[in-house]
Design a protein around this ligand. Structure first.
Ligand SMILES: Cc1ncc(COP(=O)(O)O)c(C=O)c1O
Length: 408
């Protein structure tokens, strides 16, 4: 059977009794790892040296990452969360920090751990990123910094947000957890803007070191302070100069990061190809929306997240996720609830409504993507989405029947 979108589709979705597209569940994501003899040789070297943390491999990784990003300073940390916490610790701010609500919880946590008050701004429905207009509206005399996130690896509208920050003379810090290897519209790499940009190297990120983070900054004084802060605030004489953390990166992570960085460009190309295929096959389907990448910019596609509207697609995000799950296709609903609706943030968010963050959280559906994912998986997922759309009335009817049964 051929759908009106020109694809090959199966007779019947699994949720209606058909054969699942995939016989076994496929992964939603997998770590991107370069595992080879060079990796094992370096690991053997570290284990026999007995020097396990923050030594020559971490230092080399910092230099290589700085060269790759063309930034002056890179400070490696144990995670992005620790990196963000340390940046705000070194800034010694008190007051409010404006951030998007449509981001991962770690962005907000880093502020609250530093005694700062998160003030949530809304996001742009096209880019899923912090809306510069909403930032301007959220500014008050208490505002001390802006924290923006490159959501799913897509660059923020940095020129606009930097303008707002400069205008108010407050720093812009960027949660670049998803975005190592992405580029801004002006061709510079993510990592080169704001006072600091902080990357995550956790297992789901296109560049991973197992766990880890990298802080990029052009400010030599801040970089120096961060190096002390990641050592508990101990500059070497055990008379701590600030209340820091153990935020060090291990040598094992340094080795993994170095090996993976060598291969990153080809992996990012592969992700781009997979996403192009997804969008080629799914664009034009009523009710589906796609994250816009600003003109001239590139994304890492840490995630491929679409939005699903009941009007148009014929079912909402929840029912499509259930339908895909029956086809052995896992999905996620990032970031739901958005921060201002999370329990930990109830005392900060008041009754503020952020309609775009709320609708993105409600409608977003992350589809399977990882750097070495077979092309056939993209095709299988697209077939399943298209088939769900073709059979939307039957699936919705079956769902309301099941709901009625549950209520009875
Ligand atoms: C936007 C964002 N910020 C921060 C983090 C925290 O990164 P890490 O796990 O390296 O601390 C994540 C984790 O996925 C994230 O998605």
């Amino acid at each position: 059977m051929s759908s009106k979108w020109g694809s090959r589709v199966r007779q019947q979705p699994a949720i209606l009794g058909g054969e699942p597209v995939f016989p076994e569940p496929i992964p939603l994501t997998r770590p991107t790892l370069q595992v080879d003899d060079a990796l094992f040789d370096d690991l053997r070297g570290v284990f026999s040296s007995g020097i396990l943390t923050n030594a020559s491999h971490v230092a080399a990784f910092e230099r290589e990452a700085a060269d790759f990003l063309r930034v002056d300073h890179i400070v490696a940390t144990s995670s992005c969360t620790a990196g963000l916490m340390l940046v705000f610790r070194c800034l010694s701010l008190t007051g409010d920090v404006i951030l998007p609500s449509f981001t991962f919880m770690a962005s907000g946590h880093a502020l609250v751990w530093n005694g700062l008050t998160p003030v949530f701004a809304d996001s742009d429905l096209r880019t899923y990123n912090l809306d510069p207009m909403s930032v301007s509206t959220a500014l008050t005399v208490q505002s001390r910094a802006i924290l923006a996130t490159h959501v799913f690896g897509a660059p923020i509208d940095v020129a606009q947000i930097e303008w707002v920050a400069r205008h108010r003379n407050i720093p812009l810090i960027i949660d670049a957890a998803h975005a190592f290897g992405a580029t801004y519209s002006d061709g510079t790499k993510i990592g080169s803007k704001g006072l600091a940009e902080v990357f995550s190297l956790s297992p789901t990120k296109p560049l991973s070191s197992g766990e880890g983070g990298l802080i990029a900054t052009g400010d030599a004084g801040l970089a120096k302070e961060l190096r002390t802060a990641r050592e508990y605030g101990n500059a070497g004489d055990y008379d701590s100069i600030l209340v820091g953390l153990n935020g060090r990166m291990t040598e094992v992570s340094g080795i993994m990061g170095r090996r993976n960085l060598e291969h990153l460009p080809q992996w990012l190309d592969r992700r781009q190809q997979l996403v192009s295929r997804y969008t080629r096959r799914l664009s034009g389907v009523p009710g589906l929306g796609f994250q816009e990448i600003l003109a001239g910019a590139t994304s890492t596609y840490k995630d491929f997240s679409i939005t699903v509207r009941q009007e148009g697609f014929g079912m909402g995000r929840r029912l499509l996720a259930t339908s895909l799950s029956e086809e052995n296709i896992p999905t996620r609903n990032y970031f739901n609830p958005p921060l201002h609706r999370q329990k930990a943030y109830s005392r900060y968010s008041g009754t503020r409504s952020l309609p775009n963050a709320e609708s993105l959280a409600d409608e977003s559906l992350t589809l399977p993507l990882y750097s070495h994912m077979p092309t056939e998986y993209v095709d299988g997922v697209c077939d399943a989405v298209l088939s769900a759309h073709d059979y939307c009335e039957e699936i919705a009817g079956r769902d309301s029947g099941t709901m009625a049964e549950r209520v009875r």
